[in-house]
Design a protein around this ligand. Structure first.
Ligand code: ATP
Ligand code: MG
Length: 145
């Protein structure tokens, strides 16, 4: 239980998940890995390609998103490491969880594009389906003390 993987896309629900993941990590003395996946398929659809300047800019944006999350984790005194991948978000989340041997994956119920009528977003759903380890879906803002 010494490693938690937080899937983080910078959205409000992911921020709630960050709160829960850092509190949990602190309590159990775990290290938290914060992963952002640059969605290559979405980028290719949007820009017609994923390479060169576009890939560079998306990577920059990824780093910005992660920087904010890393600061939050450090404020709480939790050991954290950022991870950036490019690919299909759900697949990469499951891959990285295996690679680092995370005890648990923590993620938001929704992300940016959320159709709120649905219980959870497609990335969360796919991760639950594909992962062989516990997945914690953070549905609501936690009760802040
Ligand atoms: N690119 C990503 N990198 C890392 N984590 C992600 C990424 N996209 C989503 N997540 C994680 O999955 C959670 C749920 O997001 P998801 O994308 O499934 O919902 P959505 O954006 O509302 O719906 P959809 O993408 O299916 O339209 C987020 O809170 C975040 O924890
Ligand atoms: Mg999404």
């Amino acid at each position: 239980m010494d490693k938690l993987l937080l899937a983080y896309d910078g959205s409000e629900p992911a921020k709630h998940a960050l709160e829960v993941a850092t509190d949990l990590a602190k309590k159990i003395g775990a290290k938290i890995y914060i992963l952002y996946v640059v969605d290559v398929n979405a980028a290719t659809e949007l820009f017609g390609e994923y390479s060169g300047k576009i890939a560079e800019e998306l990577m920059e944006k990824a780093k910005e998103i992660l920087k904010e999350a890393m600061e939050k984790a450090k404020e709480k005194g939790v050991e954290a490491e950022e991870v950036v991948e490019a690919g299909t978000p759900a697949e990469k989340i499951v891959d990285v969880a295996k690679k680092i041997d995370a005890y648990m994956i923590v993620m938001g119920a929704h992300g940016y594009s959320g159709i709120k009528r649905l219980l959870i977003g497609s990335v969360s759903e796919k991760v639950i389906r594909m992962s062989d380890r516990p997945v914690l879906i953070v549905k609501n803002p936690k009760h802040h003390k």
